[in-house]
Design a protein around this ligand. Structure first.
Ligand SMILES: Cc1cc2nc3c(=O)[nH]c(=O)nc-3n(C[C@H](O)[C@H](O)[C@H](O)COP(=O)(O)OP(=O)(O)OC[C@H]3O[C@@H](n4cnc5c(N)ncnc54)[C@H](O)[C@@H]3O)c2cc1C
Length: 397
C-alpha cells in the first residue's frame, strides 16, 4: 500500500475544506495541502443548491464551484472516503490508500437523516438533499414529473418547497409543526410565513410525521402517523443531519455532540483540528455549541486553516445563520426557539426584530428583512447580562 504525505490533510471536501485551504495559504504559501472527499464534485457553495440556482436566472452553475484547487494548489482526491484516522502514526486510511500528515483537519460535516422509506426506485424517485448531485437529480425530477412531496419543515424543506413551486412543480410540503416555522418563529410570524407558501400554491400537510413509505419507478406513497397517505411522483426530504463524527470517535478523539475542540479548534489529540458542522466549539458569547450554518463553516474553516499553519489564534467569531424564501431574507444569531419568551419589534409590516429571552436574558436575535445588523445583534448578546426588556425595543433599526 502506498503512503502519500501532505503537510496539511483535510478530511471532507465541503465548504470548510475550501476556506481552510485558503486560511492555510494566508500563512504558508508552500506547504502541501491534500483534501479527501467522498463527493463527486470539488467544493461548492451549498446554500445555492436550495435557493439561487432555482430562483435567480443570473446565478448559473459556473458560480457554484468554489475554485479551491485552482486558488490554493490543494490536491483534491474525489470519491475518496476516509475510513480510519491513526493519530499516533499521523496517518489516515482512505479506500486502499494511506495518507500521512503533518496537521489534520476533520471537516466531514454531516449526513442527511434518512426518510423511513422502502425505495424500489433505486433513488430515482426518492432523495435526501445535501450535495450538488442531489440538486441535479431534483432539478431533473422537477422537469420530468408533475408532483413532488417535500418532507421536513426546517429551512431546507421550506426552501425546497419554495424553489419547486416557483418552478411550476405541484408541491406538497409535509411537516410536523402546527404551522410552518412554529418551532422557531413566534406564532403570528409563523402564520405569516406559512401563508407565503399557501399563497404560492404549496399544499401544506401540517402536524404530520411520515412513518413509512414506498417508492418505485411510478412514484411514492407516504404513510403518515395519523393513518393518512400522501401520494406524489417523487419525494425529497430535509430532515436535518446526523453529524459525521464516527471517524473521530473510532480514532479515540473526544466526541460529544460533534468533535470536541478548544478555542483554537484543536481536537483532543495532537495535530488534529475540527471545524464546521462536525465541530463542537466554545463560542465566545454563546457557550459550547455545534453550528450547522455556512457563516460558521466559512469563518471557522479559515480560522482552522490558519491555526493548522501555526497561527495559534482563538476563534472568536459568533456566526449568524440565514435563509431566504419568496423574496424574504431572515438572519439570526444565537438560539431561536419559539418556546422561549419573545419580544417583537416590528419596524413595519415586513421588517422586524425578534428577541428570544431565557430567564429574562436575551439568548437569540432574529432579523426579519433587516439588513446590515448582525453586529448589532451580536452586541445585544454580548451585553445580555445588563440589558432589560425595555432596552430592546428600538435597539436595532
Ligand atoms: C441545501 C443546503 C442549503 C443550505 N443553506 C444554508 C443557508 O441558507 N444558510 C446557512 O447558514 N447554512 C446553509 N446550509 C448549511 C451549510 O451549507 C453548512 O453549514 C456547510 O456546508 C457546512 O460545511 P462543512 O464543510 O462543515 O460540511 P459540508 O459542506 O457538508 O462538507 C462535508 C464534506 O465531507 C465529506 N465527507 C464526509 N465524510 C467523509 C469521509 N469519511 N471521507 C471523505 N469525505 C467525507 C462530504 O462528502 C462533504 O464533501 C445549507 C446546507 C444545505 C445542504
Amino acid at each position: 500500500m502506498t503512503t502519500t504525505h501532505f503537510d496539511y490533510l483535510i478530511v471532507g471536501g465541503g465548504m470548510v475544506a475550501d476556506t481552510a485551504a485558503r486560511g492555510i495559504r494566508e500563512i504558508d504559501a508552500d506547504g502541501s495541502i491534500g483534501i479527501l472527499s467522498d463527493d463527486i464534485d470539488e467544493p461548492y457553495t451549498r446554500p445555492a443548491l436550495s435557493k439561487k440556482l432555482w430562483t435567480d436566472e443570473e446565478f448559473t452553475w459556473d458560480k457554484v464551484p468554489l475554485g479551491t484547487s485552482g486558488d490554493t494548489g490543494a490536491d483534491i482526491r474525489l470519491q475518496t472516503r476516509a475510513t480510519a484516522i491513526r493519530p499516533d502514526e499521523h496517518e489516515v486510511d482512505a479506500d486502499d490508500q494511506t495518507f500521512s500528515y503533518g496537521k489534520l483537519l476533520i471537516a466531514t460535516g454531516g449526513k442527511p437523516v434518512p426518510l423511513p422509506l422502502e425505495d424500489r426506485s433505486n433513488g430515482e424517485r426518492a432523495l435526501s438533499f445535501r450535495t450538488a448531485e442531489d440538486y441535479r437529480r431534483l432539478r431533473a425530477l422537477a422537469k420530468d414529473v408533475g408532483r413532488i412531496a417535500v418532507v421536513g419543515g426546517g429551512y431546507i424543506g421550506s426552501e425546497l418547497a419554495a424553489a419547486l413551486v416557483q418552478n411550476g412543480v405541484d408541491t406538497v410540503l409535509i411537516h410536523t409543526g402546527s404551522v410552518l416555522g412554529d418551532a422557531v418563529f413566534p406564532a403570528g410570524l409563523a402564520e405569516r410565513f406559512e401563508k407565503l407558501f399557501r399563497d404560492a400554491g404549496v399544499e401544506i400537510v401540517a402536524g404530520s410525521r411520515v412513518t413509512q413509505g414506498e417508492a418505485d419507478a411510478d412514484g411514492v406513497r407516504l404513510s403518515l402517523e395519523n393513518g393518512d397517505e400522501v401520494r406524489a411522483d417523487a419525494v425529497v426530504s430535509g430532515l436535518g443531519i446526523e453529524v459525521a463524527a464516527d471517524l473521530a470517535e473510532k480514532a479515540g478523539l473526544t466526541v460529544g455532540d460533534g468533535v470536541h475542540v478548544d478555542a483554537q479548534l484543536r481536537a483532543s489529540v495532537d495535530d488534529v483540528y475540527a471545524a464546521g458542522d462536525v465541530a463542537s466549539y466554545p463560542d465566545r458569547l454563546l457557550g459550547r455549541r455545534r453550528v450547522e450554518h455556512v457563516d460558521n463553516a466559512n469563518e471557522q474553516g479559515r480560522a482552522a486553516g490558519r491555526n493548522l499553519a501555526g497561527a495559534a489564534e482563538a476563534y472568536t467569531h459568533t456566526p449568524y445563520y440565514y435563509s431566504a424564501v419568496f423574496g424574504i431574507r431572515y438572519e439570526a444569531v444565537g438560539t431561536l426557539d419559539s418556546s422561549l419568551e419573545t419580544v417583537e419589534d416590528w419596524l413595519d409590516a415586513e421588517r422586524g426584530v425578534v428577541y428570544y429571552l431565557d430567564d429574562d436574558r436575551v439568548v437569540g436575535v432574529l432579523l426579519w428583512n433587516v439588513e446590515e445588523s448582525r453586529d448589532a445583534a451580536r452586541s445585544v448578546l454580548a451585553e445580555a447580562d445588563t440589558l432589560t426588556r425595555d432596552d430592546l425595543v428600538g435597539r436595532i433599526r
